[in-house]
Design a protein around this ligand. Sequence first.
Ligand SMILES: Nc1ncnc2c1ncn2[C@@H]1O[C@H](COP(=O)(O)OP(=O)(O)OP(=O)(O)O)[C@@H](O)[C@H]1O
Length: 211
Amino acid sequence: LFQVNGHNPGSDGQARESLREDLQKFLGGEVLLHQLDDLTKVNPVTLETVLRCLQARYMADTFYTNAGCTLVALNPFKPVLHLYSPELMREYHAAPQPQKLKPHVFTVGEQTYRNVKSLIEPVNQSIVVSGESGAGKTWTSRCLMKFYAVVATSPASWESHKIAERIEQRILNSNPVMEAFGRLSRDTRQLVFVLALEPRCAFLSIVSNDS
Ligand SMILES: Nc1ncnc2c1ncn2[C@@H]1O[C@H](COP(=O)(O)OP(=O)(O)OP(=O)(O)O)[C@@H](O)[C@H]1O
C-alpha cells in the first residue's frame, strides 16, 4: 500500500495501520462493490479499491462506471446485445435526467446531444475516448455514432426508421476515411471523427490512440 487518496501515508506506523483497517473494512463486504456506480464513492481511494470495484462490476456484467464526470468503460470481450439496443438508446434519449440512469456511454451521448440542441455556447461538443490498444475506443465511437443516428430521427414512422438506418450506414461507411484522416495526424496520436447532424451543429469525437 503506497498511496491513499493521492497521498503517501508516510512511514507513520499508526497511520498505516488505520489505513489498512479502512481498506479491509471497505473491501471486507460491508459495501457491495459492484453496486458502486461512481468511483468517487470508493473510500479510501487506492489503486486496489478502485480496481476491486471495477472488477466486481465486471464480474456482475456491469461494464460502465462513472468517475465523477468521466465514464469508465470496460471491454466485456463478449457480445452484450441488450446493452446497445435501439430501445435502450431511446430510453436514455427520452429520460428527463439521463445521468440518473445506470452509467452508460448513451448518457454521455445524450448529454452532449442536449448541449448541442440547446444552441447555448459552446454549441460544438467534444467527446474524448481514450484507452490502451484494444480497450474499445473504436467500439465506443461507433456506439456514439449509432446513438446519434437513432435518436436524431423520430421512432414513430417506418420512414424515420429507414432514415436512421441510412444515416447510421453512411456514418459507419465514412469511418475508413475518418480513420485515414486520423492516421495523417498520427504524430498527434489522435483519430478525429466529425459527425454533422444538422447544418448548424457538429459533434466532434476525438479518439486518443496511445497504442
Ligand atoms: N462494449 C463492447 N462490447 C462488445 N465488444 C467490444 C466492446 N468494446 C470493445 N469490444 C471489442 O473488443 C475489440 C477491441 O475493441 P476496439 O477495436 O474498439 O479497440 P481500440 O481501443 O479501438 O483498439 P486500437 O487502439 O488497437 O484500435 C473489438 O473486437 C471490439 O469489437
